[in-house]
Design a protein around this ligand. Structure first.
Ligand SMILES: O=C1O[C@H](COP(=O)(O)O)[C@@H](O)[C@H](O)[C@H]1O
Length: 251
């Protein structure tokens, strides 16, 4: 497992700007090396704020956005276009404003799509989508993810893996339907920890005093079942991007 690196920014604005610059550079580097890049998006205030800053970046055109595959780490299982869906927010913040190739944007199904309100079927389908472009470098059936971004909840959840649930302990499946979530909406779809850990780089990004406790616990080595974010690591790099408030109880 990679050692976690922690970067503390003075506030959420600076964090979003720095993470946006980092994301553009990471994608441009991957495209220079392989001709394409693959990014896993997150929902939440910080993750969407980063996408807004990418949109406003003077370096926006350093990336060929038509050669980027976009996936999601989790989704709120709601009707298509619902403003609370992570997909809707990411589209408004960035994807609707750049020249993406629609066939390379891979959202998780909505609750009014072809799987109806069956989140488990929608999750199984997403696992198939991931498996079709599965990379050779791991034995997990997911694509090569250059960077996988995550938020962290006040109780330590990441993606839609909440503490003390069977979903955080999942070892076989790469994607799960998540039920009875403590944070609305109650039904979600999420990558599992094995799928997250297959990514090259994992970036956990969050802000605010309310996140300080779970972050300190995760970095002190909490069990993922207690603090799911503690189990989110990348193969090459695990980066915690925090503001000063979120980091205020770290040694
Ligand atoms: O519901 C969710 O929340 C988390 C954290 O969100 P934040 O607003 O506290 O930053 C997010 O990572 C996840 O993708 C989302 O579905």
């Amino acid at each position: 497992m990679t050692r976690s690196e922690v970067l503390i920014h003075q506030d959420g604005d600076v964090l979003a700007a720095a993470a946006a610059a980092r994301l553009i550079t990471r994608i441009a580097d991957a495209q220079a090396a392989r001709g394409s890049a693959s990014v896993v998006l997150t929902g939440g205030r910080t993750g969407i704020g980063v996408l807004e800053r990418v949109r406003r970046s003077p370096a926006l055109d350093a990336v060929d956005w038509s050669s980027v595959d976009f996936y999601w780490g989790d989704e709120r299982f709601l009707p298509d276009g619902d403003p609370e869906r992570n997909e809707t927010q990411a589209r408004h913040a960035l994807l609707d404003h750049i020249g993406v190739d629609p066939s390379r944007v891979h959202p998780m199904a909505p609750s009014d799509g072809k799987f109806g309100d069956d989140a488990d079927a929608a999750a199984a389908h997403y696992a198939e989508v991931l498996a079709t472009t599965s990379a050779a470098e791991t034995d997990i059936a997911v694509p090569h993810f250059d960077v996988l971004m995550l938020g962290v909840g006040e109780e330590g959840h990441t993606a839609s893996l909440f503490p003390d649930t069977p979903y955080v302990a999942e070892r076989e499946r790469t994607v799960v339907g998540v039920h009875d979530c403590p944070k609305p909406p109650p039904t979600r779809i999420s990558l599992t920890l094995p799928a997250i850990r297959a990514a090259g780089e994992v970036w956990l990004m969050t802000t605010g005093k309310a996140k300080a406790e779970p972050i300190a616990a995760a970095l002190a080595g909490a069990e993922p079942v207690d603090i799911p974010a503690a189990g989110a690591t990348g193969r090459d790099r695990t980066l915690w991007l925090l503001d000063a408030d979120a980091a205020n109880t770290l040694p």
